[in-house]
Design a protein around this ligand. Sequence first.
Ligand code: SF4
Length: 431
Amino acid sequence: MQIQQKLAILADAAKYDASCASSGTSKRNSVGGRGIGSTEGSGICHSYAPDGRCISLLKILLTNFCQYDCLYCVNRVTSNVPRARFSVDEVVALTLDFYRRNCIEGLFLSSGIIRNPDYTMEQVVEVARVLREEHDFRGYIHLKTIPDASPELLEKAGRYADRLSINVELPTQEGLEALAPEKDAAAIRRSMARLTIHIADAKGAASEAAAGPVVSLPRATPRRAAAPKFAPAGQSTQMIVGADATDDAAILAASANLYGAYKLRRVYYSAFSPIPDASSSLPLVAPPMVREHRLYQADWLMRFYGFAHDEIVPSAAPDATGVTGSSMLSLDVDPKLAWALAHRDRFPVDLNRAPREMLLRVPGLGVKAVDRLLAARRVRRVRSDDLGRLHVPLRKVLPFVLTADHQPGRALDAESLAALVRPAPVQASLF
Ligand code: SF4
């Protein structure tokens, strides 16, 4: 098989993995076998480095053969799709070629499981080793790690990769048992815990090295001894949304647990997309993409705005018959606005007096805007003109705040207020 054909198959198969975020991609859907990956050809996707830079990555699988049978996965053993497999040398050559042509700044490499987890992980790690040690590759490397692989291989992967990820795939144990019975939730958690410890140790060693004695190197400027690195961009994971009946409250609770217990950099949410010859246990249609978007917004609120997961979307209480309904984020309004509408008693917030935590809860005020308001109010009273200069959406903010020259109008019921602050519908053009 030509390398171009392999690339088409293995880049297409990699697009389902959201744990290396792509921005601005079209809907992920392989039904009909169209496309070869993200919006740009040959599996190049965009991801974000820890310093916020947007970087292009070659996003591919080593192989889409897999001996597991996860029902939601297009690469499962029973899937009827064309298969391909790269050798280690082919992935290395492709990466270097794209890199030298300035098409990418790094590599995202995942794989189906062939022979056994250790054999597969060895191949994945070998790609990174050859790139780093034999070609002195300084680009970004994100490796998908296989939870059942040996701790030694995970440790080796972290030495070469900037980021490691292990997909939890489904937020609940029941979901995993039903749709991915060969996956072991305990093994996933164990491997995540190992990575957490290695990452923390490497960070600790780096701080000690920075504070430690200066060493003299022959014929060089005296320098401090460098600490060994281990996945300096941390670890991330992915959850599939909408392949089972798990509600948003349970998904966010699982994410909060992952952030707390394993210090993950990111949890990625990937809306389930229909696959060819799907199992009858799976839904026939994908969940609305806006659900994935709302989960990202809620995730952002947990990480940067001080919201607890159960404030954003409380778990549903059992009804009279003892059946617990599902508890979902609103698809109509963003979760911060939904919270504000449900807690009208906490508003209006006085922009000249309220603590930072409460300013962060005002719909339409982002972290930067809040910090600039706090700086401004140290020297003068904040007025509505100041909000205009911060380029915040006044239509959304003003009904929830008090300033030196503004008081929100008469009390509106939540529904009218939601209608007032919702973005104006875009007029369809006739021409
Ligand atoms: S182990 Fe990974 S690649 Fe294999 S079937 Fe499951 S999700 Fe797909």
